[in-house]
Ligand binder design. Structure first.
Ligand code: G6P
Length: 482
């Protein structure tokens, strides 16, 4: 980072900040990636001089960029793409990281039946996950070539083996951290993984200097898992293992409120606002990727139940669901998209009238429409089964103009900060969610105003800059203790 000690900062994530394509005129063009993680890492890079961001090549043109020797400079970023063997990448992404690790960490398996682990799992690990992680490590080592003590900031569950491979080659002088952006489960759930994954990942993470999470709950669960599976010694935020000291920390990620205030006034958003404002009745909103962890189906069921119990609400509310398709090559995700569509249709058939469609479902990427809806919702539903943080709750709270009420899952990381001012729900309890949606839609204006103000103030008091600053301070403290 931009502090005295320590060399170049290297940020690594599977998904990068931009993707390149060749335009019709043969020019290289790029589009910026959306999403919370990318925005957050941009804030990290702003604080570091000469930093490089390493990510997987996603397009043919990214591969061309990856073959160029120096990091590619675009706007204020220096990017280096890593090319993976397509089959290895497919095994990593579609077999190991997203179904297996993601499902275990979000508690998505129907454990009496799945996962059905076996030789295929081992192949996905050995021929997919491990080689892809070695590629990342190679890129880090090359980028750090002339540096005595680089700062290497690794991000998320796609890169769990990278700390080990980097440490083997850069030694103790490098500062390594891995930020886990998704929940960390209790030890028994971690033991669902085959032993080579379960132990391999933990050994690798404990070769980092800091392992970071969004909440204290996940940080505690991680320390318990390390003690349970590897017999590591743990004591208030520190794990001792094989003579090393690893700090386990919680840094709740956030957003840049100014960025959303600007976006809220942009042309694209103002145009979408005409559509959003035209929807009948009050606006119930959800904005998510089509991920099983987001609990979209139960959300529609709860809304249907609310309409069943409160016929007077029919025609008085519209549920806008803005869902961005995600990981569509994975069977479970494709099936979930179907289930989402079917459940929405069922609610519409049961309660709809010629002049009112209870659910407006969009399964397409339309960020401006989501931002327009952020400004105008009366109730925002975030009912995730589990969620590392959930930035939608924060983004929406800072620009909402209707004193909107947040209905929030107790298992979203955001609940640690925002729970007090939201209506808390158990994501598995459909009746409770139905009651909370109703309570939110009918809440007196004064209480709505108080809660909305407190939500906004809470987000403003811990922005993305604070998130970065807290980590920089710990990096300095960690280096300083050596
Ligand atoms: C979550 C993960 C990120 C991931 C993002 C989008 O936020 O924590 O690591 O990049 O989802 O998923 P995708 O598979 O499209 O990268």
């Amino acid at each position: 980072m931009a502090h005295g000690e320590g060399g170049r900062t290297i940020v690594v994530s599977n998904r990068g900040p931009v993707t390149f394509t060749r335009g019709e005129s043969g020019e290289r063009e790029y589009s910026r990636g959306a999403g919370g993680l990318v925005t957050a890492l941009n804030a990290v890079l702003r604080r570091a001089e000469n930093a490089v961001w390493i990510a997987s090549a996603q397009s043919e043109e990214d591969v061309a960029v990856s073959k160029e020797p120096a990091p590619y400079e675009v706007e204020d970023l220096r990017i280096r793409f890593v090319e993976h063997d397509p089959e290895a990448y497919d095994l990593m992404y579609n077999e190991l990281a997203n179904p297996l690790l993601w499902f275990v960490q979000h508690g998505l398996y129907d454990l009496p039946y799945s996962p059905a682990l076996g030789d295929e799992t081992k192949r996905a690990w050995e021929e997919g996950y491990v080689p892809v992680n070695r590629n990342f490590a190679d890129a880090v080592v090359e980028t750090a070539a002339d540096q005595d003590s680089p700062t290497v900031l690794l991000h998320d569950y796609q890169l769990y083996m990278t700390p080990l491979f980097v440490r083997e080659r850069l030694g103790a002088g490098a500062f390594l951290s891995l930020f886990v952006h998704i929940p960390w489960p209790e030890p028994d759930l971690w033991r669902v993984l085959p032993h080579y994954v379960r132990e391999g990942v933990l050994e690798s993470l404990l070769s980092a200097d800091v392992v970071a999470f969004h909440t204290h709950r996940y940080a505690r669960a991680f320390a318990e898992t390390a003690a349970d599976v590897l017999g590591a010694e743990t004591e208030s935020g520190v794990i001792r293992y094989r003579g090393r000291e690893v700090w386990v920390r919680a840094y709740p990620i956030s957003i840049d409120p100014g960025e959303f205030e600007d976006l809220a006034q942009s042309e694209d958003v103002l145009e979408q606002e005409r559509f959003v404002k035209g929807l009948p009745g009050k606006l119930l909103l959800r904005v998510d990727r089509t991920d099983l962890s987001k609990n979209v189906v139960r959300g529609f069921l709860a809304y249907g139940r609310m309409l069943e119990r409160h016929p007077e609400m029919r025609g008085e509310v519209t549920f806008l669901a803005q869902l961005q398709p995600s990981r569509t090559d994975i069977r479970e995700y494709a099936a979930y998209m179907e289930a989402v569509g079917t459940t929405a249709e069922e609610v519409n058939e049961e309660y709809g009238t010629p002049s009112w469609r209870p659910v407006e479902l969009f399964m397409e990427d339309n960020f401006p429409r989501s931002v327009a809806a952020y400004k105008n919702y009366d109730v925002l539903l975030v009912n995730a089964v589990r969620d590392g943080m959930n930035l939608v709750a924060k983004e929406a709270a800072v620009i909402n103009e209707k004193n909107g009420v947040l209905v929030l899952s107790e298992n979203a990381g955001a609940h640690e900060e925002l729970g007090e001012y939201a209506l808390t729900v158990n994501p598995y309890d459909i009746d409770e969610q139905a009651d909370s949606i109703y309570a939110a839609l009918t809440m007196p204006e004064e209480e709505r105003g108080q809660r909305a103000k407190a939500l906004r103030e809470t987000v403003d008091s811990n922005t993305i800059e604070d998130w970065v600053e807290a980590q920089i301070q710990d990096i300095e403290a960690y280096r300083g203790r050596r």
